[in-house]
Every structure is written in C-alpha cells, then in structure tokens.
Design a protein around this ligand. Sequence first.
Ligand code: TXE
Length: 486
Amino acid sequence: MTEYSQGSVADAYDILVDGEWVSADSGERFAVYDPSTGEELTQVARGRETDIEHAIEAAVAAEDGWRRMAVDERSQLLYEIAQALRDHEDELAEIETLDTGKPLGTGRSHAQTCARYFEYYAGIADKVYGDSIPLSDEYVDFTVREPLGVTAQVIPWNGPLSVFGRSVAPALATGNVCIVKPAEQAPLSPLVAARVIDDHLPDGVLNVVPGFGTEAGAPLVEHDAVDGIGFTGSVPTGKAIATAAAENLTPHYLELGGKSPNVVFPDADLDNAVENAVKGFTAVTGQVCSAGSRLLLHEDIHDEFLDRLVDEVDSLTVDSGIDDPDVGPLVSEEQFEKVQRYVEVGRKEAGEPVVGGSALDRPGYFFEPTIFDGVDNDMRIAQEEIFGPVLSVITFADEQEAIEIANDVDYGLVAGIFTENVQRALRFSKEVAAGQIYINEWFAGGIETPFGGYKDSGYGREKGLEAIDEYTQVKNVCANIGTDWP
Ligand code: TXE
C-alpha cells in the first residue's frame, strides 16, 4: 500500500474532517466497484448528515484563518499542492483508471490536469483585486473581491480528479474553505488526491465526505452554513441543488449535461474531422458532458464520411482501462443498463446501428462504440443525453439547416464545426447557443478557457479567470471625504 506523509491509501478511504481521516459516525462503509470486472475494489466510509455537520463545523472554524492568510503564503501552498499531485501522478492516474474505467493514458492526463489547476489558480491567488471607480470629487470609491466562505463541491464520477481540481483550486485560491462530496460510483481519486495534499493545508480548510447523493450531498447543499455550491452532474440533480440553494439563497453554479452537435462541412479537412468525431463520442466511453454525441454531416460527404468513421471505430480497442485501450468500460452497472436501454430505443427509432450495438461478452461494463445513421433530430437518441459511446448521425443540406438542428435541443454546453471557411465558422460561433464553440478540433480549449452551459446545460462558469467570479463576491467601498479639506 502506498505510503503518504500521514498514512496509506487505505486510510484515504475514510472521511477527511479537520485534518483527520476518520470513519463515518455510523461506522458504515460502501463498496466501490472496478467497472472492468464488476468486482469490488474496496470499501469507503459512508458519510451521512452528522458527518457533514462535523465537516461544516471544521470548515467554519478554519474559514477566518484561511481568508486572512497573506495571499503570497496561500499562493505558495497551492504551488506546493500542485507539486505534491505531480509527485503522485502515477498513483492518481492508476486509481482514477481503476475506479472509473477510463484508459490509463486518459487517467494520467486527468491527474496532470488536476495538478495544473492548482498551479494555475496558485498564480491567480495574489491577483484577485477590484476596481477604483471615479465619482465626484468628495468620494473615493473602490471594490474588493471577498471569498464566499464555506463552499461545497459536489462532484461527479466521470472526471473525479479533474473536477476536484477545477472546483477546489479556485475556491481555495480565493480564500474559501471547502467540503467536497465525491460521487458514490467513483470516489477514490478525489480521496487519494486529498490524502496527497492535506498536510499542505491548515486543518479544516479542505474536508472530504464520501457518501451517496441523498445521504451526504443533500444535507451538504441544504445546510445554511454553506455559502457557495459548485455542482457538476445531471439536470435533475442540478434542479434539486438549485432548489435547495434557493431556500438559503446560497450562490451556486451548475455544470450539467449536453447533447452537443458536431457539424462537418464538405470543405473540412476530413481526416481531421473523422479523427475528432471518433474522439468526440468515445473519449471516456462517451461519458463526458462535452461529448460530441450528435454528428451533423453535410449530405455531399455523408456516405464517404460515414464509411471512414465506421472503419476507424471498427479498429478501436475496447478493454480494461488499466491496459490503456482506446475505449474502456462504462462506469457502473447502472450506466451500462442505461446505455443498453438507449441503444434499444435507437434501434426502434433509427433501425440497426451501422456499427456496434452490443455489450461485450465478458465481465465488466463494456459496450461497443455504436453509431446510428439516418437519425432525425426529433428522436430521443438525438435529444437525450445517453452518456455512453453512442453517436447519432444526422444529415443536413445547408448551413442554415445545420444551425437550426444544432440549436434544436434543450442543452447548450458545447458545439463544434469542421470547415476551412473562416466566415462560416465564425457565423456558426455567433448563431449557435452553447457555452463553448470548437472550430476544427473537438475538446479544444483548456483549463484557462471558461467552461459552462447555455440553456439546460446550467449556469455559471468554471475554468479560467471566470471561476474567480463564482467563488468571490464584490464589495463596494464608498468614502465621502468631503470637500472642505484642510
Ligand atoms: O448524476 P447525479 P448520476 C448525467 C449523465 C448520467 C446522469 C446520471 O447523463 O447518465 O447524469 O448520473 C450527487 N443533493 N451526468 O445519477 O445524480 C451525487 O452523489 C446533492 C452528467 O450519477 O447528478 C454525485 O456526487 N448531491 C455529468 C453528483 O451529485 C446529490 C456528470 C452527481 O450525481 C444529490 C455525471 C442531491 N439531492 C452525470 N443527488 C456531467 N455534467 O458531466 C445526487 N447528488
């Protein structure tokens, strides 16, 4: 078992409260499964309301000290955290892979991204400042940005490490304290990350309570001592969190799902477009909020493009994440069943898929990358988030139709276009209602670029400088210095 400064990985599967790793009050644990085998990986403390209470008490006690810490000192601690995460990249990549099923190379890149968030926001900690606002002569007016206070981060199972970094790093950098609630399906990598970094932080500044949504997540977001909530997950849970937040008027941001259009025009570099279309719906086995799950092909290239796409998909390896295949298993039995149900819906709506369509005949939650052609945008497989390696191909005749189809969905997280025509690409970027537009590369952008949804994909922005707005509040200070100066 790997040793860290305060113990072993096994201890990390407890609850982190006030700098201590403790069991759940109830003593209960829950099983976490390896999606590549369906077998139990380990057991994790099952946090409930009283455990959340302890975490909130610890966070409240730590809040004042962390907020008042000199910014250069806080920044330095975040750099140290980033380095600690880099030093443990191998373990983090492996645990992310074992728990979520994603390919090891992807797990590694998520471990690196997690470290990079801490570096990026370490560099920002000492640059969060306000404005000086000119008024008439007797006033001096300025703004300051202050932390929210105690913040809750409810994170999902598809990218536990990267979402841990992208929510916790800006929260800490701006002087907030954190209570993290990892997802019950894949809680291990945030717990190991917390174990790796906890001794760089004062007690109570970072608390992590694993558990189920209704048992640990709900009491956390409903608590009136919580001053801010960051959530990434499903639309129904996002609505539940928004309702709970409304009760206490708690600021919050929601990063929800997507059904993102990937539009290919005949003038595109087709090799590049094929490669990106494959990546767009198979990365993390399609369990990415920004997956390119609707492929809009111009009628002139439809047949050729589809042939090439099917060839590419046929050559993908589907295997255990730890063997670093192209595509790993789905995260859980529940997700596996959801994907199977949707593929049956797709069969009824659009006929037999042109490739894939079946689960693999082996233990674990493996499903073939699957493409439905001849999809109408009104079909459920074009409108609903499947969150699996399932692509719906829709044909269009001209740019206007492509934009109409792209927008004809409740979601609005990302949208992509492949074309060599700059004007067309920029028109698309203006006309399509999505929080991020990719031009000639799917998953373009990085931790530095703002990310979040239009429409039912949520509100608020993570990543980049925009995340600072989510974790701070603006105070205006207006002094009347009079006109009668000595
Ligand atoms: O999500 P939930 P689920 C989508 C995707 C997936 C579907 C269901 O389509 O198939 O959602 O996944 C916590 N109060 N996405 O059920 O419920 C929960 O414990 C507070 C898209 O796993 O949203 C977990 O930590 N917290 C998505 C987190 O919310 C609650 C990523 C997410 O779980 C709670 C994941 C409550 N009442 C799923 N109920 C994306 N945007 O990337 C649950 N939770």
